[in-house]
Design a protein around this ligand. Structure first.
Ligand code: CDP
Ligand code: MG
Length: 772
């Protein structure tokens, strides 16, 4: 008989007692009993280890009736068998036979590059193996993902496999809530952290997070002491944050010999990572791949969405059972395809078998994301409409057919103008191979490419260009500067960014007063770096201190961060929806203030859902904005900016917006289009803007989007003199002069006539004879 007395911080002699007890219980080797011994130590736990474990706790929650609590708990016997099944499943993954070899390699080397096909179990299994081998005794295991959806869904999966709750707030109902509360009190956890959503606690031992979040974590914890292992996953995606992490971690491991670094990749370009990390060994996990038949179209497709839909229906009607995965470029395309598919299958009625349509994209609400992993019922077929996320980050079992239109959305950046746009672009051959491979995971598959073989060879690059070479670098430059890395040109990039883009980023940060003339971080810059936002948004917040409107500005920043999903415009009620929207624009206040009014009205109505329905506002987006706003408010305190409201002075609010966004200013032209003030380029106000019909003379915009034209989205009117007042180092009077005032026009004409007369006079004096 072994007894452990645990105070609320755990057993000091054996910090894993809680965990061991719980694991035994989860595996069905021990039962868990609640009791009320140990009355004199009201907050303490007592574990009794035998072949059966008693978990004895004094007064579970402030003296509530224990029997009642017990009956409210979920039925553990059912969970146990599900857990057992998951354990069996884990053993069938391609990585499983290599478990011990892998652990040995991790033990032996500080840096290890791991290569294995998508679905082999890298992301879900390796952190668990490391935990089982005891690495979590020295610190957390962190695993980065380029995409937020992947971080969340993988963390959820791993927490299921380990039989623990996810993070600290996965409440479902009241009894569930109680249960979670208990788990989070005494049990170690799997958590995830993405921007504005931290689902971890001090008990988190496996932490999945976006690469951008780890980058921000380095700001507050430069040596990452709380980690024992870091796994940079999906390294082949080569996102900007992953590339920067490479440089920082390469440096860090020199100082932290106890930190293990794993770089995992789904493609075979591992040599490059290995070379970069001083010839680190490469661990290959042999995949199991079945043959995939690849079909091309005979002629290019004019409308790839339509072609994809037709192909789905053809597969559904003519091909043997197996699910379909369609790659589209974004939420809008996925929603369109979803709608058309539903409409057409409804038309066919019972003539065809059931087709279950599952969309998946970054902004899809979490509860709907889980649907893609649910097994397909007998006789039905699942069709997953996905963005690039399903290329390597997520594995969906049962896919037998892949439809690949050959496009994805990529960010592109013009360092000359500083303009960034999201463009639909042909994918690379490497991506096309990955996509095709998704159909041959569990049996022979088929891939239908909606382009010709000729297109494949002639129009597609071999590999995707790393993000660092095609994006705005202002954000990471600010982070690097905050870390004290000043010599950016000599930073150890795995692939260096174009020098022009680096200079442009420095120039923008200088314009925003985040850097001084010597390129050093200023106080403003230090404050800006605290906010996990684009530098222009952070500047807007920091600048709001001066105009005493930080309360309004963080609301606007939160609403802008939610994206373009605030207003809801159902097809059959467009007029109503537009009228409701225009109510917030009364007085042509501009889109930023309209967003502020939406939020404030919602707040006044006690954050009512009913109010959202009545005003055609998406409640989910509002809740997210509220969440983001709360966090921004906390950060304001950290940078010592007081929360002050100045709602009656709209000019003050607009000025604060301009303080961040002055590089995004534009001036109206005679034909109704606009010219951006610096680096002139023709742009237009987006039709969804409240100012689309008003066309103010001078505007400041949040972002540019390229659809049929280059559009400015989220637009507010500004006074041109603000530009010179706010950014005298960026704008001169001549940039913002509207027209010559009468007097200066007169003077200018006189000067010109005089100069002309002098010239003519001189001409005649000097060359009188020659002229004759
Ligand atoms: O990282 P890698 O692509 O090597 O594989 P993984 O993401 O660890 O996935 C291994 C297996 O876990 C997949 O075959 C899926 O069946 C399963 N999985 C799941 O069911 N749900 C998730 N959210 C993630 C993985
Ligand atoms: Mg993975």
């Amino acid at each position: 008989l072994q007894r452990y007395n645990l105070d609320s911080a755990g057993d000091k002699m054996n910090p894993f007692a809680e965990q061991e007890a719980w694991e035994e219980h989860q595996m069905g080797k021990a039962s868990l009993k609640y009791g009320s011994k140990n009355k004199n130590q009201s907050n303490d736990y007592e574990y009794v280890f035998e072949d059966k474990i008693d978990f004895i706790r004094d007064s579970v929650i402030d003296g509530e009736n224990l029997d009642e609590l017990h009956s409210e708990l979920p039925d553990k016997s059912k969970e146990k068998s599900a857990l057992e099944m998951l354990q069996e499943e884990r053993k069938t993954l391609p990585i499983y036979p290599y478990r011990d070899e892998l652990l040995q390699a991790v033990n032996e080397y500080q840096v290890l590059v791991i290569v294995g096909e998508t679905g082999s179990g890298k992301t879900t299994q390796i952190p668990q193996y490391l935990h089982e081998a005891g690495y979590t005794k020295q610190g957390k295991i962190g695993c980065t993902q380029p995409r937020r959806v992947a971080a969340m869904s993988v963390a959820a999966r791993v927490s299921q496999e380990m039989g623990v709750k996810l993070g600290h707030e996965a409440f479902i109902n009241s009894s569930e809530k109680l249960w979670t509360l208990k788990c989070s009190e005494f049990h170690l956890q799997v958590g995830y952290s993405i921007r504005f959503e931290d689902c971890t606690s001090e008990k988190t031992i496996l932490k999945y997070m976006t690469d951008g979040m780890l980058l921000r974590e380095i700001l507050s914890e430069p040596n990452l002491e709380s980690y024992s292992v870091l796994m940079v996953d999906e390294a082949h995606e080569r996102t900007l944050s992953t590339d920067i992490l490479f440089g920082l971690l390469k440096d860090l491991i020199k100082f932290r010999s106890d930190l293990k670094l794993l770089i995992s990749s789904a493609t075979l370009d591992a040599e490059k990572f290995s070379d970069y990390f001083g010839s680190a060994p490469i661990f290959k996990i042999p995949g199991r791949r079945y043959p995939v038949e690849i079909h091309y179209t005979k002629a290019p497709e004019a409308d790839y969405i339509d072609a994809a839909i037709v192909t789905v229906l053809q597969i559904h009607v003519t091909q043997s059972p197996g699910d379909i995965l369609v790659f589209l470029t974004g939420q809008e395309e996925i929603e369109t395809a979803d709608e058309i598919l539903k409409h057409r299958t409804r038309g066919l009625g019972s003539k065809i078998a059931e087709l279950i349509i599952c969309p998946i994209y970054a902004n899809l609400p979490t509860e709907l994301q889980a649907k893609i992993f649910e097994p397909t019922p007998e006789g039905a077929r699942k069709v997953v409409l996905a963005t690039n996320i399903a290329e390597t980050s997520l594995t969906i079992d049962g896919i037998k057919y892949v439809i690949d239109p050959g496009f994805s959305k990529v960010k592109s950046y013009n360092p000359r103008t500083g303009m960034e746009s999201l463009l639909v672009h042909p994918i690379s051959k490497a991506s096309a191979m990955q996509r095709a491979g998704r159909s041959g995971r569990t049996g022979p598959g088929k891939c239908f490419r909606l382009y010709t073989l000729h297109n494949y060879h002639k129009d597609m690059d071999d590999n995707t260009v790393p993000e660092i070479q095609r994006t705005n670098l202002a954000n990471v430059v600010l982070i690097l500067k905050s870390l004290g890395i000043d010599d950016l040109v000599n930073f150890d990039f795995i692939d260096p960014p174009p020098e022009e883009a680096l200079l442009k980023a420095l120039e923008l940060l200088f314009a925003l007063s985040a850097l001084n003339k010597l390129g050093e971080l200023t106080k403003v810059g230090r404050r800006m770096a605290e906010f996990p936002l684009d530098p222009m948004l952070s500047k807007m917040i920091v600048a709001s201190d001066k105009d005493k409107c930080s309360d309004e500005i963080i609301t606007i920043a939160a609403m802008l961060s939610v994206g373009n999903s605030i207003f809801y415009r159902p097809k059959d009620k467009q007029v109503h929806a537009d009228n409701a929207r225009m109510n917030f624009h009364l007085g042509n206040v501009g889109d930023h203030i309209a967003l502020l009014r939406v939020y404030n009205s919602w707040r006044e109505c006690n954050y009512s859902t009913q109010w959202c329905y009545e005003n055609y506002i998406q409640v989910r987006s509002m809740k997210r904005a509220r969440d983001i706003r709360d966090q921004l408010e906390g950060l304001l305190e950290r940078v010592e900016i007081e929360v002050t409201s100045n709602l009656n002075d709209l000019d003050a609010i607009k000025k604060a917006i301009t303080s961040g966004f002055f590089p995004h200013s534009a001036k109206l032209q005679k034909n109704g289009s606009y010219w951006t003030v610096k680096h002139p380029q023709r742009v237009h106000i987006h039709p969804s803007s409240g100012l689309a019909q008003v066309l103010p003379r001078w505007v400041v915009y949040h972002e540019l989007v390229l659809t049929t034209k280059e559009y400015m989205r989220q637009v507010t009117e500004l006074k041109p003199e603000w530009l010179v007042e706010i950014a005298p180092h960026y704008y001169q009077l001549k940039d913002v002069e509207d027209r010559m005032p009468p007097f200066s026009l007169f003077v200018s004409i006189c000067v010109r006539v005089f100069v002309c007369a002098v010239n003519i006079g001189e001409f005649y004096q000097q060359y009188p004879r020659k002229c004759r």
